[in-house]
Design a protein around this ligand. Structure first.
Ligand code: GAL
Length: 681
């Protein structure tokens, strides 16, 4: 191998494990506090006051520009970037670096008026009118040309600006378009994939309901109520189209940008409108917008979404937006409780974020989001939450040196597959079977007991994990099964959840029944699945409890396969049937859990899986509701403890540690309500 290609190969192998420090600029702090700032909405005379207040809050990064197309290009071909340059320069004077957003989520009125074809069309054929935002078609060639142009002009001007540390493409990619061009592209995509219409007819089993096609152009484009094979391919096409949408802008920016400037986009947690792994294959780092999913902060769910985002590139990530106490888009926009904003900020760092940015800095004078939480009000003076964020900023500054070069490391992985989530959502069978909630039912006890979990795509490298759990890997083609078989054979402990292995990559039922190509390794299979709306007793050597929502009857066909749990008396079909199977394979094991089990029983089973694999908690005997996060690297170990409870808690440390927030060292820490401790070994 020539040296150059050897280097490329080594970098390719190492890169999933290397860190994305907050920026690649050595003169910027390693952990950044930031905010979304919209200078285009304010007279320039007020910028300095805003930036001074940011500096006083220890804000070191602003995201700018992502909705400013009409200011950057007020009429077609007339560009105005001077204001942006002034804003970037002034920010630099306040030691604040900039992430530039390309403004393509907000096309200006002149654009959509002149190029009507750039407007998005919904599934029912209705073309969007100009207004609001995100009203563009992601597939339209003209839109891409215009997006390329504005991104390129920005990059020509700012690609070597030393105060611009990165780029955010667009903003929260979301809806696909069903315009004629997108449909034609879908047909071409299908043709490339299947080559002949006969092949597609075979894989999709289109004899069903007379769906047989004579030509690719006849294929309808729909988001639901269709053949699941079609729906699946549409989602994959949408994923590829968002990927090429990104590539279009990357090709405009990269040639003009300093290699230190990263390119990313901001994602939305569990959102599954497309496959984030596909889109992230062309991005440098992952970044997400952390808004709590329900009216109250659920730290387990929020932590899982950080872990999910870290898994997109398998390295540290950014929180590009988060809420300064409340948002404006829920039915009741209750605030986080005092102290929880800081709690959330530290949870992000604990799970591998290198930056936390608030949306937004200052209340808009007008527009749809006047009620949203902010750090300073319309008058530019601090909102009550400002001082809590300022404290976070001071703490990031204090701990940055210790956190530099560190990231979370896990011995446990949970597999998350968009194909499988979609397959279940297309045919839920039980309205209560939400694949995310089912993933969380496995994740929660794993996280609480091991204190570190990676959430990864099915094709991630697995040999570094002691335990791998695939909660509902509904779509399990042969190649994926081979990957899992190799993991078990090299000594890994694999746990499969209900609904695993039902389908192949075309969404057709696997001929072996569940878990499809893993039937032989397991030495058993699923004889029947049942949706439930009542509790069913389940018991075995590991304990007893109940199943609900979903239960599968299993059958062991290999003498080496053990029945670990059985259903008790319920609907007749389940009575006395196996619910959990397990087989040892050399040093490894494969376990199949055929039901959605209650949390207590999941706790017990999880304890046996972790113990067998030798996975220990980072800090033992931690009180409930206290979260332990560890970041290691560069010879350093940093513990972040967060008390999510409303009452104080005490934690005994594994040994004497340095208290990075308060100074001194201690072997135990007292945490007040929502208290945080950052400790170095
Ligand atoms: C995000 C969006 C921001 C802002 C924010 C309000 O989804 O990216 O532009 O609208 O929500 O919570």
């Amino acid at each position: 191998m020539r040296f150059a290609s050897f280097v490329v190969a080594v970098v390719a192998i190492l890169s999933p494990l290397t860190l994305a420090q907050a920026t690649n600029y050595s003169d910027m702090p390693p952990v950044l506090l930031g905010a979304s700032w919209y200078p285009e909405q304010w007279p320039e005379s007020q910028w300095d006051t805003d930036l001074s207040r940011m500096e006083a809050a220890h804000i070191h990064v602003v995201r700018v520009g992502e909705f400013a197309w009409s200011t950057m290009e007020p009429t077609e071909g007339q560009y105005n970037f001077d204001w942006l340059e002034h804003a970037i320069d002034l920010a630099a004077k306040h030691h604040i670096c900039v992430v530039l957003g390309t403004p393509t989520a907000g096309p200006p009125a002149w654009l959509t008026e002149k190029y009507l074809e750039t407007l998005r069309v919904d599934e029912n054929g209705m073309r969007d009118e100009h207004g609001n935002r995100q009203q563009f078609s992601f597939a339209d060639a003209k839109y891409r040309e215009l997006a390329h142009d504005i991104a390129e002009r920005m990059a020509e001007r700012f690609g070597h600006n030393p105060n611009v540390v990165g780029w955010q493409l667009d903003n929260e990619y979301a809806n696909p378009s069903f315009d004629p061009e997108a449909k034609a592209q879908f047909h071409a995509w299908l043709k490339k994939k299947y080559r002949t219409i006969d092949n597609l007819n075979y894989q999709w089993a289109t004899a069903y309901w007379s769906q047989t096609y004579n030509d690719f152009d006849q294929i309808p484009v729909r988001e639901d109520n269709e053949n699941p094979a079609l729906l699946l391919d549409w989602k994959r096409f949408v994923s590829d189209t968002w990927k090429s949408y990104s590539e279009n802008q990357i090709s405009a920016i990269r040639p003009h940008a300093d290699p230190r400037q990263f390119i990313t986009t901001n994602t939305m947690g569990w959102f599954d409108g497309f496959d984030e792994y596909t889109v992230h294959s062309v991005l440098d780092i992952a970044a997400w917008d952390d808004y709590i999913d329900s009216d109250h902060y659920d730290y387990i769910d929020n932590g899982a979404r950080h872990d999910l985002t870290r898994g997109f590139k398998q390295k540290n990530f950014w929180v590009m937006e988060t809420e300064p106490a409340f948002v404006d888009w829920r039915s009741t926009n209750t605030p986080l409780l005092k102290g929880q904003v800081r709690d959330m900020a530290w949870q992000a760092i604990g799970h591998g974020a290198d930056t936390v940015e608030y949306w937004q800095w200052r209340a808009n004078r007008n527009g749809q989001e006047q009620y949203h939480g902010v750090l300073v009000g319309i008058d530019g003076n601090p909102a009550p939450v400002y001082s809590e964020v300022q404290q976070v900023g001071a703490e990031f500054d204090k701990t940055g040196a210790a956190l530099e070069g560190t990231s979370p490391h896990s011995e446990v992985a949970v597999i998350q597959s968009y194909d499988s989530r979609w397959a279940i959502e297309f045919q839920q069978h039980s309205a209560k079977f939400d694949p995310v909630k089912e993933l969380l039912a496995f994740y929660k006890p794993l996280r609480e007991q091991s204190q570190a979990v990676d959430i990864v795509s099915p094709d991630a490298r697995l040999d570094r994990y002691k335990v791998v759990v695939a909660p509902a890997l509904n779509m399990l083609p042969q190649a994926m099964a081979d990957h899992l078989i190799a993991y078990v054979k090299q000594g890994g402990h694999l746990v499969l959840g209900p609904r695993t292995g039902l389908k192949d990559e075309y969404s057709a039922l696997n001929p072996q029944r569940q878990p499809g190509p893993l039937v032989n390794l397991l030495g058993g299979s699923v004889t029947q699945f049942y949706a439930l709306d009542y509790d069913v007793p389940v018991s075995g050597a590991e304990g007893s409890g109940t199943a609900n929502i979903w239960a599968e009857t299993l059958e062991a066909t290999n003498p080496e396969t053990k029945v670990l749990m059985r259903y008790g008396a319920s609907n007749g079909w389940l009575d006395g049937q196996p619910a959990v199977l397990e087989r040892e394979v050399g040093e490894g094991t494969i376990t199949y859990v055929g039901a959605w089990l209650d949390p207590e029983l999941m706790n017990k089973l999880t304890a046996t899986w972790l113990e067998r694999a030798g996975v220990k908690p980072i800090v033992a005997n931690v009180p409930d509701g206290v979260e332990v996060c560890e970041r290691t690297g560069d010879g350093k170990t940093v513990l972040i403890l967060i008390n999510h409870n409303t009452t104080p808690a005490q934690v005994t440390l594994p040994g004497e540690m340095t208290d990075l927030l308060h100074g001194g060292s201690a072997a135990s820490v007292d945490l007040e309500k929502y208290g945080v401790a950052v400790l170095e070994k």
